[in-house]
Design a protein around this ligand. Sequence first.
Ligand SMILES: [Fe+2]
Length: 292
Amino acid sequence: MNPPEIEPFFDPRTSTLTYVAHDATERVGVVIDPVLDFDPVSGRTWTESADRVARFLERERIRVPYVLDTHAHADHLSALPYFKERFGALTGIGAGIVQAQRTFQELFNLGEDFATDGSQFDVLLNDEQILDVGAFELRALHTPGHTAACMSYLAGDALFVGDTLFQPDYGTARCDFPGGSAEALYASIHRLFERLPADTRVFTCHDYQPGGRTLAFESTLCDQRESNVQLPEGMALDHFVAFRRERDATLSMPSLILPSIQINIRGGDFPTPEANGRSYLKLPLNAFGGKS
Ligand SMILES: [Fe+2]
């Protein structure tokens, strides 16, 4: 079995990386963390980002048995349904999504017709679960911390970590969203260090290009262990937790968090249309701290 090839796609509006991990001979692959474009001012959605990925898949004639999210993203809308409809892919996310669904059902007062059993997704992945992609296998690893349900996906020597780790010069995920935990993030990252080879390639879900540097999204677990600016080698758990708490308190809410969460806990689907046939998102007043 050859390790899959990795094709990255960068969405500059949300600084998100979408990946296709694929076998070029067997022409089969998975899409990870696809973006649905969204303008919060007009409420318009469009598919420029997903279309770029689709064009690649169609040009290379790649079958897509699965399209996966690493977690319920808070900074962009998920395009899982686009790949389900266009390529027949099964949608998947970590099984812990059900906790996020319960939390946000309450916050957004979604009522009983919003299912909190994960049934909006085709596959709910547990720790160490293997997905057979055809030419290669993908292993799901539960890496909570940024959210309780965060997963990393290992395909060959490529590890897709979602927001668990950024490039070493940027650091680690914030842990102050509902279900987040700096203790859990510390444990998840060290678990990756202990369980996987040091030369495992790490692909991050975002790159914010600190200091205006050029786009970068690939490192190794060795790079991360040796030079992650927010988790230097040997940093004790309590230091990391104190650091994260202090840093997270200074961060403003991601601008798309409220729309993103409402779409992404539905597996990328829009809320059920109202009597006039239109879908609406809610804006809960004074539910979050944020800056005044
Ligand atoms: Fe995230």
